[in-house]
Design a protein. Structure first.
Length: 126
């Protein structure tokens, strides 16, 4: 089972191999590969706080994101905007449905300050 915080659905759906470290990128790729190989299986559990992607991130310190305030705001925003409920069990196929709910104006508002904003903007909306 993979744990997903809400804003990471957007990160994974627009992922282009960029990340905070090579370990982090490898971890995301491993998760995506497993999900894509089993598209109907409910392998994702929606959680609050650090998740499976965070496990290999250098910004995770003592089990918590060092940017916790900012990323928790993103989680809260996308939980509402994309109708992602904490505790839900979802599949890769469900992720594709979530993708259709990402509106460009919401993405620009919520993710504007992210390092990979331009890459994700292009991937999601071009
Ligand atoms: S630890 Fe923070 S910066 Fe790293 S992936 Fe998790 S939420 Fe993102």
């Amino acid at each position: 089972m993979f744990l997903f915080r809400p804003h990471h659905f957007v990160c994974f759906l627009s992922f282009q191999g960029k990340g905070y470290s090579s370990d982090f990128v490898d971890g995301v790729n491993e998760i995506l590969t497993t999900l894509k190989d089993n598209p109907q299986e409910k392998l994702i559990s929606v959680v609050q706080g650090c998740d499976s992607a965070c496990e290999k991130c250098p910004n995770r310190k003592f089990g918590k994101c060092q940017y916790d305030e900012a990323v928790s705001e993103k989680d809260s925003a996308y939980s509402t905007l994309l109708n992602i409920t904490y505790g839900n069990k979802l599949s890769f196929s469900d992720m594709q449905k979530i993708r259709t709910r990402i509106r460009k104006e919401d993405f620009i508002k919520v993710c504007a300050k992210c390092l990979w904003f331009d890459i994700c903007l292009h991937n999601l909306f071009q």
